[in-house]
Write a protein that binds this ligand. Structure first.
Ligand SMILES: C[S@@+](CC[C@H](N)C(=O)[O-])C[C@H]1O[C@@H](n2cnc3c(N)ncnc32)[C@H](O)[C@@H]1O
Length: 341
């Protein structure tokens, strides 16, 4: 008789207990950012009392979150109870640093987290409580979001400019930046060459933000702005490059397919479409951040989701694009590029 030699694996509750507290770190970072804890420690180590005096926040509250941040390796504390920044918090949580995420944690994260509280009900109905893919809700939310995600989109835009060798252009390069938001993808290309001219499309309520940021980066005179819903606005034609930065996930499959077809018509033959997205694998078994981002879309949009490269590839090919390829770039996922034959 065969004997069972495999030991039973121990099933333990510790991982679930840890997960039960997984909401705490982002909210602690958020509270520290909005109370300017990281800014206060940017120049030298300080005690809780000194940070309280400088920020106006309570000593009790600061002591609790600053100690928790030590536990999360985002602050250090010495024997004299002075706290200082780690290389990571110094680089990414001080508000005036170029790649800062202080705005995202301080301003955007609490708004997103508040909606997740209703996830059980959202799953029951399949409907978001307030959909940000609608212009009235969306303009207000995205006007705050877009500047805070520049640290994610800007390096990817620079990588795209590098990949497309924009700096070597001898003639005009016409760029269509769709769902432009801050305009940062077009800005990254415009900074590489004076030949780049960008048409930025977004809802009317977002365009003043796009204008302000293109002015801040000193490229506004080479930008044109088109107001309107992506499926209704007049994009014009004859573009060399079209960029869809972080928009397909909130549009969902049906509108994304229509948008790709419309973008195909706007490009010149030989033109390139570039898509920045949070991707998942074909079986939807990973990566975990992409899968959780799909829940973010459930919470915030009518039909949004995260998609795999092969799904996007098939929509691009149905729209007429060829040579669908991935390009490595900083950010959550590689870029997806394709060519209009
Ligand atoms: C997540 S932000 C991305 C901004 C920018 N492309 C980036 O990658 O940093 C999405 C942008 O799309 C715009 N948007 C969303 N749905 C839209 C629609 N149906 N029509 C026009 N603009 C839309 C929002 O106003 C926002 O500026």
């Amino acid at each position: 008789m065969a004997t069972r030699t495999r030991k039973k694996e121990r099933v333990a509750p510790e991982r679930l207990m840890e997960l039960s507290f997984a909401y705490a770190p982002p909210l602690i970072i958020s509270a520290a950012a909005s109370n300017k804890v990281f800014d206060s420690l940017a120049n030298r180590a300080k005690t809780v009392g000194e940070v309280a005096k400088e920020t106006g926040a309570s000593e009790r509250g600061l002591r609790a979150i600053m100690n928790a941040l030590v536990g999360l390796d985002l602050l250090k504390k010495d024997r004299n109870k002075k706290y200082w920044l780690t290389p990571e918090s110094a680089a990414f949580l001080v508000s005036n640093k170029p790649g800062t995420q202080a705005g995202f944690f301080g301003t955007i994260l609490p708004q997103l987290a508040a909606k997740w509280i209703q996830l059980g009900e959202i799953v029951r109905t399949g409907r978001p409580v307030r959909a940000v893919n609608q212009e009235t809700e969306g303009t207000e939310f995205f006007s705050q979001l877009v500047e805070n995600i520049i640290p994610m989109s800007y390096p990817a835009g620079q990588a795209l400019a590098e990949h497309l060798k924009v700096s070597r252009a001898k003639n005009e390069v016409r760029v269509l930046d769709l769902a432009a938001g801050s305009g940062i993808w077009g800005i990254a290309l415009a900074q590489r060459s004076p030949h780049v001219h960008v048409t930025a499309v977004d809802w009317a309520g977002m365009i003043p933000t796009t204008k302000r940021i293109t002015q801040k980066f000193g490229v506004a005179e080479r930008f044109k702005y088109v107001e309107g819903d992506l499926l209704e606005a007049d994009f014009g034609t004859g573009y060399d490059i079209a960029i869809l930065g972080h928009i397909l996930h909130s549009e969902g499959e049906e509108r994304s397919r229509q948008l790709l077809e419309k973008t195909f018509r706007a490009l010149k033959p030989g033109g390139t479409i570039a898509i920045g997205e949070q991707l998942v694998n074909d079986q939807r078994t990973g990566p975990a951040t992409g899968l959780m981002f799909a829940v973010q879309m459930l919470v915030n949009t009518d039909k949004g989701d995260t998609f795999s490269v092969n799904e996007i590839k098939s929509w691009l090919e149905d729209a007429g694009f060829k040579k669908v390829r991935k390009v490595t770039a900083p950010g959550p996922s590689p870029l997806v590029l394709a060519t209009k034959p």
